[in-house]
Design a protein around this ligand. Sequence first.
Ligand code: CP
Ligand code: NVA
Length: 316
Amino acid sequence: MTIRHFLRDDDLSPAEQAEVLELAAAMKKDRFGYRPFEGPRTVAVLFDKPSARTRISFHTGIGELGGLPLVVDNVSVLMGRGEPTADLARVLDRQVAAIVWRTSGQELIDEMAAHSRVPVVNALTDAFHPCQILADLQTVNERLGRTAGFTLTYLGDGANNMAHSYLLGGATAGLHVRIAAPAGYQPDPVILDQAAAIAAKSGGSVVALTDPVAAVDGAHVVATDTWVSMGQDGKEERVAALMPYQVNAELLRHAAPDAIVLHCLPAYRGNEITEEVLEGPRSVVWDQAENRLHAQKALLHWLATHADPIRSPEGA
Ligand code: CP
Ligand code: NVA
């Protein structure tokens, strides 16, 4: 059996993503009914960057799945002696059921996965935030009944992890994804092309625009994210460049009348989103934050059922 990892959104095919989201909805209804980590098995959850939602939801979810979370907030405790990622992977994979990691470079998590015989999950890198997009898609499903065919507009830093994950994960879900960002903040053209190829098969589409009003026109889902991601500097310059992309009541007038607003949080009120919109009737951000729990439990359950070298050594 081949180990499956979740390092970027397109590691799940459209059918697999739908399966995980269906499981997430079922697990939300029967919160304590799924115990793939009974034993208990341990799941490592490692952080190189700050986190509230990801930390809370993985810790809680692994416990609810019958497992034990090994949460390490400062990875230098594990890796502060210059040890290669490949070595940590081979120490962890003989003991834990899965490895969840928030780090900077995508190449680091790729290296962990290349040397791990248990699933590795991207809990945010500079390039992608795929667990967040699963939760966002679950929220869209709950509010709109499905994802395919709806338009999701993301405004702000089009070159960050959320923008890239909306492109790949949204295209996988059959959404029409529009990214609105100024020059200098446009998505990586390679990711845009990869998302376009996925969309061509799923029935969705992707486009990068500079005009925020045109991008929001008729959108069913409006999403944004911080303008200054963890590890980035140049805050004043970024805020000045991105202010025309603020999600506010005036901009939302151009969206579909019942459009919902997503924000992965933490939110910087008055920058990428106004207080009025964040706390207003279209905002679904608290459901989104809760759905991290259900979507990630479903993902871990799905990955765990695809391979377990400790329980089934012949599959290693
Ligand atoms: N949305 C999100 O990933 O939140 P944290 O950075 O707090 O984990
Ligand atoms: N783009 C943000 C997402 C935080 C959840 C960051 O990387 O800081």
